[in-house]
Design a protein around this ligand. Structure first.
Ligand SMILES: Nc1ncnc2c1ncn2[C@@H]1O[C@H](COP(=O)(O)OP(=O)(O)O)[C@@H](O)[C@H]1O
Ligand SMILES: [Mg+2]
Length: 269
């Protein structure tokens, strides 16, 4: 299990554009965290810094108290798996099986163990019937699960899912929930970047709000969605149930449909 820490982390792209500025955060094992904020706020940059695809220009990133500047990207990404926003940026093998097995083969994982891990990861991601298919013959939403299965087969400690609900139907949303529950049961850390506030309230506990290169709020979801100023500043719409309660003047801080149903059952309409 891994702990990840950002200490005064800033990063600028090679054209000189500073995308994140002075980020500080600590992520402990087993946490379920959503990073939210406007397009361009720096969320994906922050995720790529977490798994070593990008390296800070200033500050330090520590993985299990070790400075990651002394580690290779391969070493970091073995523990911190990043699932890209667009699966097409990641996939290059000609079958689902080979794609999920690729990095295990590179790590020279023994064949029996490799087979077991690939099949289990594909089962968790509901891909067992597509093992011999070409990933590009699968619909986009299923292809996204191929990239999720890669991180599960690698047995990462920290999983970062970048916009996983984009383009997903209700069946895939259920599969995604199963994946998150499976990883959480194993005390893995799950981080998502998302614009989908219902997905946040139904699956995550801690919410980090980014706005214009910075973290402007980092708290439990109930506190974040009750903070009108932060939501306004970052152009975030509160979850539907929260908005409904505001409009009918329910003072209780309810976020999900389950919260709302429990409230109605207790206090009536
Ligand atoms: N490769 C790049 N080169 C230069 N600027 C980039 C690059 N990638 C992203 N940016 C810029 O960095 C800022 C943050 O991008 P990003 O981290 O992708 O934001 P988010 O994920 O919150 O939408 C944006 O203004 C974006 O245009
Ligand atoms: Mg992004």
């Amino acid at each position: 299990m891994s702990k990840l820490e950002f200490k005064n982390v800033s990063f600028a792209y090679s054209n000189g554009f500073k995308a994140v500025d002075n980020l500080n955060l600590t992520i402990n094992s087993g946490e379920k965290i959503a990073i939210i904020g406007q397009n361009g706020a720096g969320k994906s940059t922050c995720a790529k810094l977490m798994n070593g695809l990008l390296r800070p220009n200033e500050g330090q990133i520590l993985l299990d108290d070790k400075d990651t500047s002394d580690m290779t990207t391969a070493q970091i990404s073995r523990k911190v798996g990043y699932v890209f926003q667009n699966p097409n940026d990641q996939i290059f093998n000609s079958t689902v099986y080979d794609e999920v097995a690729f990095s295990l083969r590179a790590m020279k994982v023994e064949e029996n163990e490799l087979d077991k891990r690939v099949r289990k990861a594909c089962e968790v991601c509901d891909l067992s019937s597509y093992l011999d298919d070409h990933p590009y013959d699968l619909p986009y939403s299923t292809r996204k699960f191929v990239t999720i299965a890669i991180t599960i087969a690698n047995d990462c400690d920290i999983y970062i899912f970048d916009e996983p609900t984009a383009g997903q139907d209700s069946y895939s949303m259920k599969c995604l929930k199963n994946v998150i529950d499976y990883l959480h049961e194993k005390n893995k850390t799950i981080i998502t970047i998302t614009h989908d506030m219902e997905f946040v309230v139904n699956n995550f506990d801690r919410v980090i709000v980014m706005q214009n290169k910075e973290i402007i709020k980092d708290a439990d979801k109930s506190e974040v969605f009750d903070d009108k100023k932060t939501l306004e500043k970052s152009y975030i719409k509160a979850p539907i149930i929260k908005r409904l309660c505001n409009s009918i003047d329910v003072k209780e801080n309810l976020l999900s449909v389950e919260d709302f149903v429990a409230y109605i059952e207790k206090f009536g309409v």
